[in-house]
Design a protein around this ligand. Structure first.
Ligand code: HEM
Length: 460
């Protein structure tokens, strides 16, 4: 593959992808505040492999070309780093988080953290997920209105607290729940998300300043997490199946156990990555199901064919229409618009371009999921498309792929299906505003604007 061009002086000039012709500053602001129009416009104008530049970030390739996605996700992972590209979430998860690690250390930590979110260990959470859903929704009364996203977050946070700490209801559990929710709410609007993107804004100007408030909440949460670590450590005989117990028993190749700081960072990572994402996906699913009566009707028919309360969880998770509703939910407005960046460790020839060391390759999940050549009428919510065609892992990738693929993908889908089935078979709900909803930024993820307001019509 020859990709070096020669100019009139016979000097070679590297061939780079088309570059967005706007200032870095404007690209940054548009990318943070109105990413959908920014992404769609630039893709239309420059194509499906384009070069974008954000203030404080290395140049990045925005990729929505399926062959290029395949090339990135099947390349030798040693070619890329990712950790340093995720620095913006370091204030939340700490420097020892899986998301910020690279190389062998990343590989080892992934191996350790994957099993609890798969197979039998995952299925063991089936009844718990239904119980927590039942308990959170038991407070709903006919005529009551509620916002779906925070209610779904109540459920997913309780589930992940159980999986991460083995924590059951109690004072510490309640405190962790409240502080973590408040802490994530710091970044709940596109404007407040700028604090993550600009280090210069991360100043503690007192308890009432946004960053000061965030730091104080983080400190409170850290204290609770360290208490939990100390308690687990002091009772080795009662270590359970939870992730903290697992990490406490782990030893590296030199026989060293993880330090408290390393443990804290990994636990925060699981809490952070493992609940808001699933809650947002659930809020979207509830929106679509109640926005489109024919989808709701079809799903209810399918759910009627089984006993949702007592069925083996795998019977529920294998329901074909429920599966397509979850897939289409994650396709149309993926919770994460981008995969984690892959940063070139050396110059690389890629899709006919000569890319320099340090360039970030950013696979854009949102744009890929909206390609009309793969998904005809991409703006239409149509679960059937997943029955008509099988999409490749480079066409449908709500959980990313390759060596950084989401470790909670199976768990998130399992939880989504059980929560949805439990709610829909116990309540008849109605959407309060039957209007098209668009995603808005919440920190680094994207959630339905307004959170999806629903009303309880009937309790079965
Ligand atoms: C609907 C819910 C979720 C969505 C849409 C989602 C999406 C993603 C995406 C797109 C990535 C980046 C993958 C890549 O760059 O290739 C990722 C990474 C990750 N996710 Fe999820 N996720 C969800 C739920 C969860 C859950 C429940 C957990 C709990 C364990 C989790 C933990 C992680 C972690 C730790 C990573 C980083 C993996 C690494 O760096 O190796 N996620 N997720």
């Amino acid at each position: 593959m020859i990709t070096i061009e020669e100019n009139s002086q016979n000097q070679t000039i590297p061939k780079l992808p088309p570059k967005i012709f706007t200032s870095k500053w404007l690209q940054t602001i548009r990318g943070i505040v109105s990413p959908i129009s920014f992404l769609e416009e630039t893709q239309r104008r420059y194509g499906d492999i384009l070069l974008s530049e954000f203030t404080n970030f290395p140049p990045q390739l925005v990729i929505s070309n399926v062959a290029a996605i395949q090339e990135v996700l099947t390349a030798d992972p040693q070619l890329f780093d990712s950790g340093s590209g995720n620095n913006i979430i370091q204030p939340l998860v700490g420097a020892n988080s899986l998301i910020l690690l690279d190389g062998d250390h990343h590989f080892q930590q992934r191996k350790l953290l994957m099993p609890p979110f798969h197979g039998e260990r995952m299925r063991a959470y089936g009844q718990l997920i239904r119980d927590i859903t039942g308990q959170v929704t038991s407070q709903w009364t006919v005529g009551q209105t509620f916002v779906a996203r925070p209610r779904m977050q109540d459920i997913s946070l309780q589930v992940i607290l159980r999986a991460v700490f083995g924590l059951k209801e109690g004072e510490r559990y309640q405190q962790i729940k409240e502080i973590l929710t408040a802490m994530l709410d710091t970044f709940n609007s596109p404007l407040s998300a700028v604090f993550l993107f600009f280090k210069s804004l991360q100043r503690d100007l007192g308890a009432w300043s946004p960053w000061g408030k965030f730091l104080r909440r983080r400190q409170q949460l850290d204290e609770l997490i360290y208490q939990e670590i100390r308690e687990h450590r002091s009772q080795p005989e009662s270590l359970g199946e939870d992730i903290l117990s697992l990490l406490l028993s782990a030893r590296d190749e030199n026989g060293q156990a993880m330090t408290d700081l390393e443990l804290r960072d990994e636990l925060m990572t699981m809490l952070f990555a493992g609940h808001e994402t699933t809650a947002i996906a659930l809020a979207w699913a509830l929106y679509w199901v109640h926005y489109l009566p024919e989808v709701r009707e079809k799903l209810l028919q399918e759910l009627k064919s089984i006993d949702v309360v007592n069925a083996d969880p795998t019977v529920i998770t294998q329901l074909p229409y429920l599966n397509t509703v979850c897939s289409e939910t994650l396709r149309i407005y993926p919770v994460a618009f981008f995969c984690l960046p892959r940063i070139l460790k050396a110059p690389m020839q890629f899709m006919g371009y000569d890319l320099p060391k340090g360039m970030m390759l950013s696979i854009c999940i949102y744009l890929t999921h909206h390609r009309p050549d793969i998904y005809p009428e991409p703006e239409r919510f149509r679960p059937e498309r997943f029955l008509e065609r099988q999409f490749s892992p480079y066409e449908f990738l709500p959980f990313g792929g390759g060596n950084r693929r989401c470790i909670g993908a199976a768990f998130a889908l399992f939880e989504m299906k059980l929560v949805l089935a439990t709610i829909l078979s116990s309540y008849s709900l109605e959407l309060l505003e039957k209007v098209p909803l668009k995603p808005v930024r919440r920190g680094i993820v994207f959630a339905p604007n307004g959170g999806v307001r629903l009303m309880v019509k009937e309790k079965f």
